[in-house]
Design a protein around this ligand. Structure first.
Ligand SMILES: Cc1cc2nc3c(=O)[nH]c(=O)nc-3n(C[C@H](O)[C@H](O)[C@H](O)COP(=O)(O)OP(=O)(O)OC[C@H]3O[C@@H](n4cnc5c(N)ncnc54)[C@H](O)[C@@H]3O)c2cc1C
Length: 505
């Protein structure tokens, strides 16, 4: 294992695996690699409570019920993905998610159960069956990540560098040799980016402020391909109380699975509350425009709120009684579908560099993520990336000298408001072009990718091209080393064997 010297600067003695990020994907990949015998260094900038994973409410999707099947889960994922899902990634996710749930239970995660002792399964938009495994009502993320963090902290082969930031990848362009952090270089045979998404680049967001797409920027600067950056999912029901502290706080769509309704200014329903997210978001935006309002109402009165104690408590702090009052909600940026382009084992186009979780883009979510597929993705693809990381060549005994002065400038507030304003849920090419000059590289790449997709599909809506262009089915935007965007069709692929941890259910 690598060691720290007295000034807390790391000596570049290579670890087997460096993992950047300690949310669900990073913690899981680190545990999987360490359990397979690797020495692992985890670099984590923020405390656990500031990860998206900790905030996850609804749960994780897995075809477990007797009347459900992976094929049905696949069909729902493909329908939600609007002709853009990479089919092999879907097959991997739906096939291995049930074993991932088993693995988490073996690790001591206590999921909610029915009175009969079965796993309690929630229903969310776009799912044709109850298949959302949850914990603590709507505290799934907290339950999962707290347990995984506890296991990682006491694992003898895992060293966690808490409060350390990755500033750049250690690479001269041919392969990745590790990570350059604000505590010095961390050399590693394989580096896994698990830095989460970038939805906090949009001013109105459900995400923690640190979700600024760091993994995409680190990977792009090292020359790895990014994909589908124009695709950001806007969650339909984030609290809308402009200027108040909980503005943008997410109310899980699991409440709609239990009967919550969406009402316009006339108090009437205007959409199918359990349609996929892109459809519900579009219906809300259209309703707001027609009503001349900045929000619609979420009616929680039909919902047994005992199942969602955190939501009831949080609304209580705002003086909202969910059993009597309506909750003002509006869409907010929620999940960056695009990210570091990887194969089905998490490998990026740069040798030695892998990515998992929201930082990665396998094409699984297509143009619209099916609810609760992302936590399952963290575990299914996290296991695969751990195996792939260990299967790669060992560390280069004489890596190039690391950049002595790496820097990672954070996005300015102006960038966050420009991204919301110019690349929000409804886009116009002239406004996207204005974002091409933004100082934050990911803002520019998002705009360039949105301009390169001249259609409306899933979460990406362009006023000048309101329809799907069938010629762009299964076509992905990809950004290589420069800032030019190309459109790729990814070749079909056989589903590779599952990771050992996911075969022993
Ligand atoms: C409010 C909310 C509710 C959600 N509910 C659900 C749900 O019910 N079901 C579902 O499937 N999905 C849900 N999602 C989405 C899901 O939670 C995320 O996609 C998933 O948790 C991402 O996990 P991750 O490990 O990839 O990233 P994260 O959990 O965001 O973790 C990223 C990690 O990277 C670290 N990091 C970032 N940059 C650096 C750097 N430069 N150096 C060092 N460390 C760095 C962070 O500190 C953090 O530790 C929800 C998201 C939100 C915001």
């Amino acid at each position: 294992m690598a060691k720290s010297d007295s000034r807390n600067h790391r000596i570049p003695e290579p670890a087997d695996v460096a993992v950047v990020g300690a949310g669900a994907a990073g913690l899981h990949a680190a545990l999987e690699a360490a359990e397979a015998g690797a020495g692992v260094v985890v670099i984590s900038r923020k405390p656990l409570t500031e990860t998206a994973s900790f905030r996850a409410q609804g749960g994780l999707a897995a075809a477990i019920a007797a009347d459900d099947s992976p094929a049905r889960h696949a069909e729902d994922t493909l329908i939600a993905g609007r002709g853009l899902c990479y089919p092999a990634a879907v097959e991997v996710l739906v096939g291995e998610a049930p074993a991932a749930v088993e693995l988490l239970m073996r690790r001591g995660v206590a999921f909610d159960r029915t009175v009969g002792g079965e796993l309690s399964l929630g229903l969310e938009g776009g799912h044709s069956a109850r298949r959302i495994v949850h914990a603590g009502g709507a505290e799934t993320g907290r339950a999962l990540t707290s347990r995984l963090a506890e296991l990682a902290a006491r694992h003898e082969r895992i060293e966690v560098l808490e409060g350390a930031s990755a500033l750049a990848l250690w690479s001269a362009g041919d392969r990745c040799h590790g990570v350059l952090t604000d505590r010095g270089p961390v050399a590693a045979a394989a580096t896994i980016l698990a830095t989460g998404g970038g939805a906090a680049l949009w001013e109105r967001t459900t995400n923690p402020r640190g979700a600024i797409g760091a993994g995409s920027i680190l990977a792009h600067e090292a020359g790895a391909d990014l994909a589908d950056l124009e695709l950001c999912q806007f969650h339909p029901t984030a609290i809308s109380l402009p200027g108040r502290p909980l503005d943008g706080w997410l109310i899980t769509e699991a409440v709609r699975g239990e009967g919550a309704l969406l009402l316009g200014a006339d108090g009437e329903r205007f959409t199918d509350e359990l349609a996929p997210r892109d459809q519900v978001t579009a219906a809300i935006l259209d309703r707001m425009a027609a009503d001349g309002t900045t929000s619609v109402d979420l009616d929680l009165r039909p919902v047994p709120m005992a199942r969602f104690p955190t939501i009831a408590r949080t609304l209580g702090t705002l003086g909202i009684d969910p059993e009597a009052d309506l909750v003002p909600v509006a869409p907010a940026a929620h999940y960056l579908i695009g990210g570091v382009h990887t194969d089905l084992d998490g490998r990026s186009s740069l040798p030695g560099l892998l990515a998992v979780g929201e930082a990665a883009c396998t094409g699984l979510h297509g143009a619209n993520r099916l609810a609760s597929n992302s936590l399952s993705e963290c575990f299914v693809f996290g296991s695969r990336a751990a195996v792939a990381a260990l299967a790669g060549p060992g560390a280069d005994p004489s890596p190039p000298a690391p950049d002595p002065d790496p820097a990672f400038p954070a996005p300015a507030e102006e960038t966050r408001s420009a991204v919301w304003d110019l690349a929000g849920p409804v886009r116009e090419p002239e406004r996207l072009e204005r974002l091409l000059g933004d100082p934050y590289p990911l803002a520019r790449l998002i705009a360039a990718s949105a301009l390169a997709r001249p259609e409306s599909r899933g979460v990406h809506r362009r006023t000048d091209r309101p329809l799907v262009d069938p010629a762009l089915d299964l076509r992905h935007t990809v950004v290589g080393a420069g800032e030019e965007v190309r459109i790729d069709r990814w070749p079909p692929q056989e589903r590779p064997a599952a990771a050992p941890g996911l075969t022993q259910a």
